[in-house]
Design a protein around this ligand. Structure first.
Ligand code: TYD
Length: 209
């Protein structure tokens, strides 16, 4: 059986990627595509437990390297327990965030050396890189205003970072796109939900056929 395709959704906070991921998943399933949706950090019990430690707003003393290692640990377990077995069954795996989140957030935004973040993540994922990363491009101002409007969304430790942090995240993503151009599709995520959905849908349909 052919290996499935591994597609990561990337972007800053409030970029709308999680909403669009749900819509794409529903669309693919209703069109008979074998597909799962999952998220990072999380996706399975151990990684969801790690997630609650990382994102707990009370954990203000967390060191940035500890944070980076916890994301990588959650990534490893999720990959081994869920993503790889599904890819081996030929499934399309839609994952809300993956390795480029660590490079953008822990590397460019927190200021840890990119090589070091790369190394701990290589240790965690081995050869399993996403086949495609869809980057939801939204200015931090728009992203944060969306988060603030959405009263149902639980505020996490990274949401509490100042706008400068979120600017560095996006600048980091742009650098990563420059260096890994063939691995990214970039979407202007400031458009309406319907427009963004249609664009992402076209990209994914073409990619998996
Ligand atoms: P989440 O509520 O899932 O945010 P979003 O809906 O924006 O994806 O929280 C995940 C947070 O963790 C988000 O602020 C990005 C951050 N993160 C990292 O800093 N590094 C990582 O490797 C990953 C996967 C996420």
């Amino acid at each position: 059986m052919n290996r499935g395709k591994f597609i990561a959704f990337e972007g800053g906070d409030g970029s709308g990627k999680s909403t669009i991921l749900e819509m794409i998943y529903d669309y693919l399933v209703s069109n008979g595509v074998k597909c799962i949706k999952t998220r990072e950090p999380g996706g399975i019990k151990i990684s969801e437990d790690i997630r609650s430690i990382i994102l707990d707003t009370k954990n203000t003393e967390m060191d940035r390297k500890t944070e980076a290692l916890l994301y990588a640990a959650a990534r490893r377990q999720h990959l081994v327990e869920k993503v790889i077995p599904e890819l081996n069954k030929g499934t399309i795996v839609l994952c809300d965030r993956f390795i480029y989140s660590s490079l953008a957030y822990q590397g460019y935004a927190r200021g840890i050396d990119i090589e070091e973040i790369s190394q701990i993540n290589k240790f965690a994922v081995g050869e399993y890189m996403p086949d495609l990363n869809v980057l939801f491009d939204v200015s931090p101002e728009v992203g944060l205003s969306r988060i603030n409007k959405n009263k149902d969304r639980e505020v996490n430790r990274l949401d509490l970072e100042k706008i400068d942090f979120h600017k560095k995240v996006m600048e980091g993503y742009y650098k990563l796109v420059e260096e890994n151009n063939d691995k990214f599709a970039i979407i202007n995520a400031e458009k309406s939900i319907d427009e963004v959905f249609n664009e992402v849908k076209e990209i994914i349909i073409n990619f998996i056929k």
